[in-house]
Design a protein around this ligand. Structure first.
Ligand code: 5GP
Ligand code: ZN
Length: 116
């Protein structure tokens, strides 16, 4: 999918509205439009990478940043004490539906294991 038609690129460009929790020079954090938990945020790099599988060595610092921001958002939303889950779905078979890398941050309800 080209960046022009990528949903998350369009949200980042301001063409589509998003409920923003955080933004910096490397990423934005939005509330998921179809939340699966009381807190369901998406940490999205500004750079278009289709999935984790497309990340390379040059992206290592970016990947670390996304995880640190995920933790920060969980803490800022007062969800750290009871635990939170970070998820990266990679590929349609694993549940990825938007092919622009993102980290889900889920919290505020009991989490089960293994995930479905
Ligand atoms: P995936 O299935 O690729 O791991 O996650 C994509 C997520 O994007 C889903 O949880 C879905 O609810 C969310 N999503 C889809 N369209 C939109 C949208 O227009 N805005 C926001 N904020 N989230 C969206
Ligand atoms: Zn994109």
């Amino acid at each position: 999918m080209s960046e022009k038609s990528c949903l998350f690129c369009r949200i980042i460009a301001g063409e589509i509205a998003g409920d923003l929790l955080h933004q910096d020079d490397k990423c934005v954090v939005l509330r998921d439009i179809n939340p699966q938990a009381p807190l369901h945020a998406l940490v999205i790099p500004r750079e278009h990478l289709e999935s984790l599988d497309d990340a390379s060595q040059k992206d290592e610092a970016l990947l670390g940043h996304l995880l640190r921001i995920a933790a920060r958002v969980a803490n800022e939303q007062d969800q750290a004490e009871n635990g939170y889950r970070t998820v990266i779905n990679t590929g349609a078979g694993a549940g990825q539906s938007v092919f622009h890398l993102h980290v889900h941050v889920l919290a505020g309800r009991p989490m089960h294991w293994p995930p479905g």
